[in-house]
Design a protein around this ligand. Structure first.
Ligand code: ATP
Length: 366
């Protein structure tokens, strides 16, 4: 039987009577064996509460969780065989690296020789063999991070749960640790769930991203799926940079933008005719999909919009520009060598290739 974690109709409310808050609302989800799944969403959307219920640190108000067919609901946290790494790491600062890693093994009654063998394996795994007897207080942030992960892996858990484990690190170290944790997870083939509100982190690390909004799942998909085919404006906006332009359906495969421009969309994608006539929808186009032409005269063909450059950020390897297109602005990402001589105030033509234009539902206004 597969070691997938199955989550069915899980709900969580806090408080009672008038003060009741529904924090997690009817979540159904399968965490596939051997995959790294990220719970991603804005602050307060219920990610941590869901993770804590999986860990057994919080009891669901209703619903069921099971692994290998075994109902987890009555199983206390200490008997779930899950490893956890919290944002705070919760290491014992005055104990050595080895003592920290051995701690869960000691709690389980493993003999001294067994503990030493396992600690040595784990130290090798995280490449801190030379720091066995150093106090945790004398380690760098990244080294402490690795010790926390080794401790969570000590008892060979069935599931590794990571709650914003990198948020205390500076940007560079954080990126290095993202790669390190991902490589470790893939090498061990362990199933892992990570909570993050950082979409770049989720895109870098996850096999599957679960995007959450107000206690519900907005979308489940691979990083590419949620980036390329977001189900609605919330997901499109949360994942990556995007031009999300108000539009109205104007034909079977065309929409009209705020400035009156007619835009053709790809008939093989969700066509404009699927939306009720007159409904305000959104046209999504990612910055790297907008083609910038430096001469407004060259091409007044399909889906070309004249505009003026109002902002340029050139970081050498890539360039980002804002184009004011009477009625809306477009963000464009390009390679600097594709747009030589681009200058502020320059008239340009922005082409929106039909196959790169996605039509999506507008999020309800709060
Ligand atoms: P963040 O990224 O800020 O950690 P999150 O998505 O992880 O946010 P949760 O920590 O799951 O969100 O919290 C979801 C909501 O539940 C929040 O509004 C929070 O205030 C509320 N909440 C969490 N724990 C409790 C509790 N023990 N009692 C009452 N409300 C709670």
């Amino acid at each position: 039987m597969s070691n997938s974690l199955v989550i069915e109709n899980i709900c969580k409310q806090f408080g009672s009577g008038q003060g009741v808050t529904q924090v997690v609302k009817n979540i159904n989800l399968t965490i596939p064996e051997g995959k790294l799944v990220c719970f991603l969403g804005p602050s307060g959307c219920g990610k941590t509460t869901l993770l804590r219920m999986i860990a057994g640190l919080e009891t669901p108000t209703s619903g069921r969780m099971s692994m290998t067919g075994r109902d987890l609901t009555p199983v206390p946290a200490s008997q779930r065989d899950f490893g956890m790494v919290f944002q705070s790491l919760a290491l014992f600062p005055h104990m050595t690296v080895a003592a920290n890693i051995a701690y869960p093994l000691k709690l389980r009654g493993m003999d001294r020789a067994g503990q030493e063998k396992r600690v040595s394996e784990l130290l090798q795994l995280i490449q801190l063999q030379h720091m066995t007897n150093r106090s945790v207080a004398q380690l760098s942030g990244g080294q402490r991070q690795r010790v926390a992960i080794a401790r969570a892996l000590a008892s060979a858990p069935k599931l590794l749960l990571l709650d914003e484990p990198l948020s205390a690190l500076d940007a560079k170290l954080r990126e290095a640790m993202q790669v390190e944790i991902r490589q470790l997870q893939q090498r061990l083939g362990i199933t892992a769930i990570m909570v993050t509100h950082d979409q770049r982190e989720a895109m870098t690390m996850a096999d599957v991203i679960v995007v959450m909004e107000h206690g519900r799942i907005a979308q489940i998909g691979t990083p590419l799926e949620v980036y390329r085919d977001p189900v609605n404006e919330f997901v499109a906006d949360f994942i990556g940079l995007g031009n999300i332009l108000p539009a109205h359906p104007s034909g079977p495969n065309s929409v009209q933008l705020a400035g009156g421009q007619q835009i053709q969309v790809d008939a093989s994608d969700k066509p404009a005719r699927q939306f009720p006539a007159g409904q305000e929808i959104r046209l999504l186009i990612r910055p790297e999909d907008v083609c910038l032409q430096m001469d407004q005269k060259i091409n007044a063909a399909e889906n070309c919009i004249p505009g003026e450059v109002t902002f340029i950020r050139d970081v050498g390897s890539s360039l980002e520009a804002t184009i004011n297109c009477s009625g809306f602005e477009l963000t464009v990402a390009a390679s600097p060598r594709d747009v030589p001589g681009l200058k502020l105030g320059m008239p340009v033509m922005a082409r929106l290739p039909p196959h790169s234009c996605k039509l999506i539902d507008a999020s309800p206004r709060a």
